[in-house]
Ligand binder design. Structure first.
Ligand SMILES: [Mg+2]
Length: 409
C-alpha cells in the first residue's frame, strides 16, 4: 500500500481567523487614519476595505487578520478599538469569522437605473426583480443625481439576458429606465458609439425643416409619421418626401443647418465620449447636407446619410448615392466598427425610430432614446428622459467624471 499523498497546502490565510471592523458616524478628517493606526498596534494585515460617506456620515468596514496571540490579544484589540471609537463619538461593531469575503457568484452584470425621480417603490421593485432571477446584489452606488438620479447595482449569480428580460417588463411598468450590461473588461473597452440624428442627436426631423421652406410640411410630416411607426417602407417614403422638395433653392441648406436644435446633453455626451477615447459617429435617414455640418461642428469621427441632389442651385427632388435606410444603418454601424477597429460587441447604438432597430440589435448595446413603443420594446434598453448625456450612465460613467471631462479644456 502506498503512502497517502501529502495534501496540498491551503492557500495562505484562506481559513485563518479574521475580524470585520465596522465604523459608523459623523465624518471628519482623520477617522480612517485613526482606525488603522489603532489596528497597527496589533500588527494585523488588511484583507479588504470599503468606505463610503453619505450625507456626512461615514461607514467604514475593514476586514483584517485576527492578531497573533489568541483570544486575549483579540480581546485587547476589541477593547482598544472600542475605546478609540468612543473617543471619536463613532459607533463600532467587531465581528469574528474566518477567511476572506465569500467569492462573488459567476454571471456578473451591471444594472443601471435612471429615475426622474427614483422612488423607494421603484427601487424595491427592481431589487425584488433581481432577487427573483436568482441574482445577488453585491454592491449599489450612485452614479449621478443630475439630470436624473442614476444608481448602479453590481449583480452576480444570474445571466445578463435573464436580468434584461425580467427588468424590461418591470421598468416599463414602473416608468424608470433600466439598462443591464455584462460586467467585465469588455465594458470598459466600449469604443464606438453610433447615433441616429433626427429626434435623437437633434430635436428636429430634418426633412420637416426643409418641408417648412417648401410649404409642404403637413404632407411630409404625415409620411414621416407613418414610416417611423413602421407602416411604410422607408426607402419609398424617403423618395416620396424628397420629391416634395423639388425646386427649392440650395440656399435653404444653410438656413436648415442654422435651424437644427441639438438634443439637451448632446454636446456633453459627445465631449465626454471623446475624452474617454471613444469614437463617435452618426447615421441618418436624413441628409449629408446636414450631417456633414454636424460632423464638423461636433468633432464626430463618422457620419453617413442620404444626399439631396442639387443641380443648377436647385434641389431636384431626388437623392443620390447609397440609400441609408433601416438595413443601411446596421450596415454602416458594421462598417464604422471595422474602420474603428472595434468589435461589434463593443459598440453602442442610439436611436428612436423603427429604421434604427437593425442597428440597435446589431450593436453590443442598443439604446432606444425616447423611442416609439415598437422600438422601445425591441431594444436592449431604453432611455425615456430627454437628456442625451444620461446614456453615459448606462456605460458606468459617473456625473463626476462627466463634469471633469467638461470642465478642463
Ligand atoms: Mg430618428
Amino acid at each position: 500500500m502506498s503512502a497517502s499523498p501529502i495534501p496540498p497546502a491551503a492557500p495562505s490565510g484562506e481559513d485563518a481567523p479574521t475580524l470585520l471592523v465596522k465604523i459608523f458616524g459623523k465624518d471628519r478628517p482623520g477617522i480612517t487614519a485613526g482606525l488603522f493606526d489603532t489596528l497597527a498596534a496589533f500588527a494585523v494585515d488588511v484583507i479588504d476595505i470599503e468606505q463610503i460617506v453619505t450625507r456626512g456620515r461615514i461607514t467604514l468596514c475593514a476586514l483584517v487578520t485576527a492578531p497573533a496571540g489568541g483570544p486575549s490579544a483579540e480581546g485587547n484589540l476589541r477593547a482598544t478599538v472600542h475605546s478609540w471609537a468612543e473617543s471619536m463619538h463613532l459607533q463600532t461593531e467587531i465581528i469574528s469569522g474566518r477567511g476572506d469575503n465569500r467569492p462573488r457568484g459567476t454571471g456578473r452584470s451591471h444594472v443601471t437605473v435612471l429615475g426622474h425621480p427614483l422612488t423607494a417603490e421603484s427601487t424595491a421593485a427592481i431589487a425584488a426583480c433581481i432577487t427573483g432571477t436568482g441574482g445577488n446584489i453585491d454592491r449599489i452606488f450612485r452614479l449621478a443625481k443630475y439630470p436624473v438620479t442614476a444608481v448602479e447595482f453590481a449583480v452576480s449569480g444570474t445571466g445578463t439576458e435573464e436580468l434584461r428580460t425580467a427588468l424590461a417588463t418591470e421598468s416599463a411598468a414602473l416608468g424608470v429606465d433600466v439598462a443591464v450590461v455584462a460586467a467585465g473588461l469588455q465594458r470598459r473597452a466600449q469604443r464606438l458609439v453610433v447615433m441616429d440624428v433626427d429626434s435623437t442627436l437633434i430635436q428636429d426631423e430634418v426633412i420637416e425643416l426643409f418641408a417648412a421652406h417648401a410649404g409642404c410640411e403637413a404632407q411630409v410630416a404625415e409620411v414621416t409619421a407613418r414610416a417611423m411607426r413602421g407602416e411604410l417602407d422607408f426607402e419609398q417614403s424617403l423618395h416620396e418626401r424628397v420629391a416634395l422638395l423639388a425646386g427649392l433653392d440650395e440656399g435653404v441648406v444653410d438656413k436648415v443647418r442654422a435651424e437644427v436644435r441639438l438634443t439637451p446633453g448632446a454636446r456633453t455626451l459627445i465631449k465626454t465620449l471623446k475624452k474617454l477615447g471613444f469614437q463617435v459617429g452618426v447615421v441618418s435617414g436624413g441628409f449629408t447636407q446636414v450631417t456633414d455640418d454636424l460632423r464638423e461642428r461636433l468633432g464626430l469621427d463618422f457620419a453617413s446619410a442620404n444626399t439631396l441632389e442639387i443641380v443648377d442651385g436647385k434641389l431636384t427632388g431626388r437623392v443620390t448615392g447609397e440609400i441609408v435606410d433601416r438595413a443601411g444603418k446596421a450596415r454602416l454601424l458594421r462598417r464604422f466598427a471595422a474602420e474603428a477597429g472595434v468589435p461589434l460587441a463593443q459598440t453602442v447604438a442610439i436611436g428612436d425610430g423603427a429604421n434604427d432597430l437593425d442597428m440597435l440589435n446589431a450593436a453590443g448595446l442598443g439604446v432606444a432614446f425616447n423611442a416609439k413603443p415598437v422600438v422601445r420594446e425591441a431594444a436592449h434598453t431604453a432611455v425615456n428622459v430627454p437628456f442625451l448625456d444620461t446614456v453615459l450612465y448606462l456605460l458606468g460613467v459617473t456625473r463626476e467624471e462627466v463634469e471633469a471631462a467638461n470642465t478642463h479644456e
